[in-house]
Design a protein around this ligand. Structure first.
Ligand SMILES: [Zn+2]
Length: 276
C-alpha cells in the first residue's frame, strides 16, 4: 500500500517536522511491505517559526481553483495535491496542539478503513481518542485522499520539541503503519467517536477585543464531560462567565494558541457510537 506521511504542515509544529526528517529511513526499514513516503509539507513556514507564511496550508486545499500565485501555501497545496492524486494512497498528516488533547485521531471521511484503524488505535493506545470532523469540501490536507487520518498530539507549545509528545506521535504513527501492513482491508466493528457540534468564542467588547480568559476549572479539561451549566471564562474584571448546554458534551481544543486570531476558545463534541 502507498502511504504518504506529512509533517510540518503547520511550520511551528516541530514534532511532525522531526518525524519526517529524522525517522523516515528507520520507519521505511521497519515496514518494508508499505510504499512509504515522508513529506515536509511547509518548510518555509518552519524556517520562519510560524504556523504559515501566506495562508494556512491546512485550509488552502479548498481554494485550489482560485488564482493565488503569490501565496506560497497555495502553490505547496497544488504540489501536494498532485502527489496525492498520482495513485491511490493512505495519507497521514501529523499535527500538535497547545491544548491538553493527549493522542487524538481526527477522521474526516467516514469509511470502513479509516474507522477501523481509528477504532483499533482508541482501544490499544493509552489516552487515545477519535474526533469526527467530516470535511466534504476537502479543505484539510489529511482529507485529500478518501483514506487518511489527521493526528493531533498535545499539549506542547509551538516551536518546541518535547519528549512525551514526540514519543506519543511516533507511537500512533507506528500503530497505523503496523495496521496497514497487517490488515490493509478493514473489518467491521463499532467505534466511540467525538463529533463536533459547536464552537465557543471568547467574550469580546464593542471594539472586538477579547475581555476574558479560559477559567482555571476548564483549562486542560479536554474530553472531560460537561453538563448543563459550567464556568467557561473569567473576565479581566474578575467575574466568572458561565455557559449553558442542553446535553452532556465534551470540550476539545481548549485554549489552542492557533485559534486566538479567530477568537475561538474551544469546541464542544457529542460522544456517539458508530458502526462500520
Ligand atoms: Zn497543526
Amino acid at each position: 500500500m502507498r502511504v504518504l506521511v506529512f509533517g510540518g504542515t503547520h511550520g511551528n509544529e516541530c514534532t511532525g517536522v522531526t518525524v519526517v526528517t529524522q525517522y523516515a529511513e528507520a520507519l521505511k526499514k521497519k515496514f518494508p511491505k508499505l510504499d512509504l513516503h515522508f513529506i515536509f509539507a511547509n518548510p518555509e513556514a518552519h524556517q520562519l517559526g510560524k504556523r504559515f507564511k501566506d495562508e494556512d496550508l491546512n485550509r488552502a486545499f479548498q481554494f485550489l481553483h482560485e488564482d493565488r500565485a503569490q501565496s506560497y501555501e497555495h502553490n505547496r497545496a497544488k504540489e501536494i495535491k498532485k502527489q496525492i492524486d498520482e495513485a491511490p494512497c493512505f495519507v497521514i498528516d501529523l499535527h500538535t496542539t497547545t491544548s491538553n488533547m493527549g493522542s487524538t485521531v481526527i477522521v474526516t471521511h467516514y469509511n470502513p478503513l479509516n474507522l477501523d484503524i481509528s477504532a483499533k488505535l482508541s482501544t490499544s493506545l493509552e489516552n487515545c481518542r477519535v474526533i469526527g470532523s467530516p470535511d466534504p469540501k476537502r479543505k484539510y490536507l489529511g482529507s485529500q485522499s478518501d483514506h487518511g487520518l489527521m493526528i493531533e498530539v498535545g499539549p506542547v507549545p509551538n516551536n518546541l520539541l518535547e519528549a512525551t509528545c514526540l514519543k506519543a506521535t511516533l507511537e500512533i504513527l507506528e500503530s497505523i503503519l503496523n495496521h496497514l501492513s497487517l490488515h490493509p482491508l478493514p473489518s467491521t466493528g463499532s467505534i466511540e467517536i467525538y463529533e463536533e457540534v459547536k464552537d465557543v468564542y471568547y467574550p469580546e467588547n464593542e471594539a472586538g477585543k477579547i475581555t476574558a480568559y479560559i477559567h482555571k476549572d476548564l483549562q486542560g479539561q479536554d474530553f472531560h464531560p460537561l453538563k448543563e451549566r459550567f464556568t467557561a471564562f473569567e473576565s479581566f474584571k474578575g467575574e466568572s462567565i458561565d455557559h449553558d448546554i442542553q446535553e452532556e458534551l465534551y470540550p476539545i481544543f481548549i485554549n489552542e494558541a492557533a485559534y486566538y486570531p479567530q477568537k475561538l476558545a474551544f469546541s464542544l463534541c457529542r460522544k456517539v457510537n458508530r458502526k462500520y
